[in-house]
Design a protein. Sequence first.
Length: 94
Amino acid sequence: MAIQRMVGRHTLKSQQAPAKMIDRYTCKTADEAHPLKPQNQTIHIIKGSAWLSFQGKDHVLRAGDAFSLHKDPYVAVISALGNTPLVYELVQAA
């Protein structure tokens, strides 16, 4: 499956190998944090904004953004930012 992202008026398609959706998750509030074990997945933000802590760095992701979690022995943490629930998917290359 090619991943598409709208940038201005252009649609970008990645030429990556087919991907398999692992699951879809929801963080209802900013107080709810989800630990993630990085195993070569990509996080796709479906709705809302996210705060992601990975390898000692903080990242802000918004709907439509994607972030790769390469295999790592440490846990990543994701939670919602603001008042809108966060909906995200974890996708792993097949």
